[in-house]
Write a protein that binds this ligand. Structure first.
Ligand code: ZN
Length: 452
């Protein structure tokens, strides 16, 4: 085998590496990891095969999105639900989503992942819980796209098992039996879940929400996750409607329900996590349960504001997620970090919520939700997942602090993105992807899906 190639990332405007005691002025990527950090504008001591001139560019660790529903890119800004809160929004969309085909899911996943990638995102979690007839291989379809784009993904095998006939929210024809869900989950873990540093594909188990799955599937998923050592993910405490549902159906609040089914642990990360009282926050923190903050979705559906700083103080890791494109409607991690800063300032004040804090949530915080220590920071021996942003645009003109400029002036698009030492975005375009053709096919699939 030949030696891995070395690339010198030379003379960037700024590198975000807050754990270092002095400014990082360059770095060397060797193979798929960061080999050396450079200081004081010193050149590398080792010979490099190539030099990448990063003049004028701000470098962040690749952003990590910890909650999405890729398929929802087909139902963005759909008029019947533009102004609906969660429960009626879901009830109107379920029958549309139930018509999803493998071809449409493939296109939707490509669009969502490419859009994330262009925003500087290198790792994405998707929560896919729709398995209508003919779409048994939904996660396999997504695996294809992850490989094609060279991104990292945590594909969570979602599920719905509590239909309307049994007191749940989704229509009966969109739910699966517990046996089918567990069998497919076992298959996906053994077929795709990678356990090594630098993993590109991982699987987690993700029953959809308290109002769409049975207690049994929550319990069985927790047992399977423990046995297979994979992570657990679900929606929790998103709205007060959900809290009412739990009180009426299970006779308990959301965190009590979570604990009663064996999920209150550091194996679990939850999307939203808004409606917790102080005692519940203390219990989540003590358990180390992670929370994915989804500010745009929470604002669009008027769900509420996640108590991020209280959760962190209690011991819960906090990361960021864009949530599905039917409630955001963008898949853009920089946009999400910016909105997190503004929304959280309304709750905690300007001084408490800094650009550094929201970038940390979008990187290291998100990495910890996914149980990963090999990504999320720029440091020696970590994966070379890097997002490069140019400040050469009207929106940054007159700005001073480069990191604050990215968030406050609203950087939305990365100039270049590297994942595991490979260039995946160059000059603002996804390498190897015919975007015009993809968008034409995706638009046609979206039109077909909503028209029935
Ligand atoms: Zn969601």
């Amino acid at each position: 085998m030949s030696d891995p190639k070395r690339t010198w990332i030379k003379s960037p405007l700024y590198i975000y590496a807050p754990e270092q005691s002095q400014p990082v002025t360059g770095l060397v990527v060797c193979g798929n990891t960061i080999e050396t950090l450079l200081f004081n504008n010193q050149p590398p001591e080792t010979r490099c095969d190539s030099v990448f001139d990063a003049s004028g560019l701000v470098i962040l660790p690749g952003l990590i999105n910890t909650h999405h529903h890729f398929y929802q890119t087909l139902t963005r800004a759909w008029a019947p639900v533009v102004n609906e809160p969660l429960f009626p929004w879901l009830k109107t969309l379920y029958p549309v989503w139930a018509r999803l085909t493998p071809e449409a899911l493939h296109l939707a996943t490509q669009v969502a992942m490419a859009e994330l990638l262009l925003s500087g995102c290198t790792t994405a979690a998707d929560h896919h819980y729709l398995f209508p007839q003919g779409l048994d291989d939904a996660i396999d379809v997504q695996v294809d796209v992850v490989k094609q784009l060279g991104m990292r993904a945590m594909l969570t095998r979602g599920s719905m098992s509590l239909g309307e006939d049994d007191g749940g929210l989704p229509p009966q024809h969109t739910v699966q039996t517990g046996v089918a869900i567990i069998r497919d989950s076992e298959r996906l873990i053994s077929q795709y879940h990678q356990r090594h540093d630098g993993a590109h594909i991982q699987i987690a188990l993700a029953p959809c929400s308290p109002f769409s799955v049975t207690r049994e599937i929550m319990q069985e998923s927790a047992m399977l996750a423990k046995r297979e050592d994979v992570r657990l993910h679900t929606h929790l405490a998103e709205t007060l409607d959900e809290e009412d549902f739990c009180l009426q159906t299970f006779g308990m609040r959301t965190v009590d329900y979570l604990e009663s089914v064996g999920w209150l642990s550091d194996r679990t990360w939850l999307a939203h996590g808004i409606h917790f009282n102080a005692e519940e926050i203390a219990r989540l923190g003590a358990a180390g349960t992670g929370i994915c903050h989804c500010p745009v979705s929470n604002m669009r559906l008027a769900s509420g504001i996640c108590p991020t700083l209280d959760l962190i103080a209690a011991g819960s890791p906090v990361g960021l997620g864009v949530d599905g494109s039917a409630s955001n409607d963008a898949s853009n991690m920089m946009y999400e970090a910016r909105q997190a800063l503004y929304l959280q300032r309304l709750k905690y004040g300007a001084e408490a919520i800094t650009p550094e804090k929201v970038i940390n949530w979008a990187t290291a915080g998100s990495a910890s939700l996914l149980g990963r220590s090999d990504i999320g920071v720029i440091a020696v021996d970590k994966q070379a997942d890097l997002a490069f942003f140019s400040l050469d645009d009207i929106r940054f003109s007159g700005s001073h602090d480069p990191l604050a400029a990215l968030i406050l002036c609203g950087a939305e698009r990365a100039e270049h993105v590297m994942i595991g030492g490979q260039w995946r975005v160059t000059n603002g375009a996804v390498n190897g992807l015919d975007m015009a053709s993809l968008l034409a096919r995706h638009k046609a699939a979206a039109a077909k899906l909503v028209s029935g």
